[in-house]
Write a protein that binds this ligand. Sequence first.
Ligand SMILES: *Cc1c(COP(=O)(O)O)cnc(C)c1O
Length: 358
Amino acid sequence: MKYNFNSGPSILPQTVYEQASQAILDYNNTGLSILEIGHRTPIFEGILDEASQLARELMGLSNDYEILFLHGGATTQFLQIPYNFLGASETAAYLDCGTWGTKAIKEAKAFGTVHLLGTSKDKNYSYIPKGYTIPDGIKYIHITSNNTIEGTQQNSWPEKNGAYLVADMSSDILSRQMDFNNFDLIYAGAQKNIGAAGVTFVAVKKDIISATVPDRHIPSMLDYRKHIDNGSMLNTPPVFAVYVCLLTLRWLKALGGLQAIEPVNNQKAKLLYDTLDTLPVFTPTVALEDRSVMNVVWIMENKTLEDAFLATCKEAGMVGIKGHRSVGGFRASLYNALPLSSVQALTDLMTDFAKKNG
Ligand SMILES: *Cc1c(COP(=O)(O)O)cnc(C)c1O
């Protein structure tokens, strides 16, 4: 028995593993594996349609959005967004809250001007900058709703001042209710909360598509319009990864959707943060109001205990507790599919460890 706190690829529901395994052996009694079915078939078209519809329904997205399943991970979206929407003489506003936002900014600079709204680099990205205003004439605003590595999460959204709003939601999409219709483009690598690695979820509003940079040659695979025209089948889509998304979306719907999962996610995070706040051997590093519900980050002031703590976790079957190599310390990811009982097991272990080493 493992307790899987991996940050991505990460835990998915047990039923998804079972159904995905069965589909590899025999997809819906067709006598064919999901791995050997053509994508231009009613079978796969049905999978893609249902996955799009379920995502639309769970997020409450209006018909103004196109749903796409693309290749290249969230990282390709870092460049695809400015490639499509940031003209050489235009300015986009970015919020820099950590590793992923920094990478997105770097890519955008190759296409146009980047206006930095704020950065929390001064304090190791341990908070979300606030109080900025959006200048006039900004083409789009780019934010990261949840900073997977640093453990911060955004809870309020910028006033748009006429700009489009774009969000990297890779690590908290479908984890909480929000007005998704407030965003013009939402993207997420699937491997954290939606499904298997290999596919990127994109919801894009028709409005921003009409604001594509007119006089630029955009390679077909990076052109949202081409993907929309071809229904995410400009080339062979990652069939199996899309299928795993569908299974996860069905699971979430059966559970009661975001309305049902959000309180559970809050409960898991509260249990872990309360434990960290109670036990002096562990020190959470993120500003109280910006603590992520998905990725909980902490350090141990007494570095000599670090190895012992990791060894204790390992012995108990706790996987993925070590912090990202760029920041050190510890991190537990509490994505949708992680049960409350796993967090309970971790906090019990921490309490026990603190008692023995306090
Ligand atoms: C994991 C992650 C990425 C990178 O995703 P890839 O699919 O590996 O490109 C980008 N942004 C955020 C917020 C992430 O958590």
